[in-house]
Design a binder for this molecule. Sequence first.
Ligand code: UFG
Length: 351
Amino acid sequence: MKKRVLVSGGAGYIGSHVTVELIAAGYEVVVADNMSNCDMTCFEGVKKITGRDDIPFEKIDCCDSAAVDKLFSDYAIDAVIHFAAFKAVGESVAEPLKYYRNNLLSFLNILEAAKSHSGCNVLFSSSATVYGEAETLPVTESTPRMPATSPYGNTKQMSEDILRDVVFATAKYDGKDGQWPVKGIALRYFNPMGAHPSALIGELPRGVPNNLVPFITQTAIGKRECLSIFGNDYPTADGTCLRDYIDVVDLAKAHVAAVSRMVEGKMKEDYEIFNIGTGRPVSVYELVTAFEKVNGLKLNYKFAPRRPGDVVAIWADTSLANKELGWKAERTLEQTLASAWAWEKHLAENA
Ligand code: UFG
């Protein structure tokens, strides 16, 4: 019998790529999404890539506890991957209540439902943001977390802690009174970018993109006039910030590895954390010039003042994920940047 994975936020950027890789690996998937930050483009793309027209799709808001509980009753769920959350750092500073309410309540509902249904494992989509401005680089999973610099970052830290506490508290349950143990994994993503090689799914930012790669591709296609590189006076070789850019398909495969570890009973602890990155720092300037080179075009960019809240540098030590998940980022920076550009062109051709 195939194992079934619930992907909350499964119609979004990362969720859609994860759905594709789960199906390729032989899992059944149920996608749940309230469509608050996406349309059906990616879900339709997932159906085309997988050749599966019958993937269950449930339009629900995970803040609705009854709807979440019903989902767990309607389908036998072996694992849930929880993506359903708001993710704009700046907006979270302006509207903290919206972020705390949505990101925490939805996760609490998922955990309540997992605890009430036997054998449900929970994978939480966390972020390198929990490390803040780390004192030593690269960061390992035991590098101390720094105080969050935004409500968004705080929801990631709080959700990690909530998951850890629930795993700890439920370990003693045996199904009496309808309560079951929950096991959990938090994946801390570095900077996801790129799109599926088919160019049928990718990132669909609403309005002006906050993140670097969609801003680059939208500038290249002519939707934006000029890319601002925020800060060229940082203490790095070329003065621009360093990040660890992880291809979204590689990232999706890390989820499959983590889900398999959970459902096959291979976890070493009931709550585990893994960094998901490449282990390779790349500067903003390097990324921009690599994009130009691989796609054979000239990008209109300028240097601009630093963006408040940016850390100078962050990249992952990925040895734990490499060893324990048997996973490693495989796609090159060039492949990923080419895929991001192919996706932007696909969007323009289908507009
Ligand atoms: N940048 C620019 N110009 C832009 C956009 C970004 O120069 O138009 C620079 C930023 O200053 C930064 C780098 O590109 O140096 C990466 O910026 P992103 O906004 O793409 O990504 P961040 O590293 O700021 O944020 C990412 C995730 C967040 C997460 C954070 C944790 O998007 O969800 O990492 O470090 F919280």
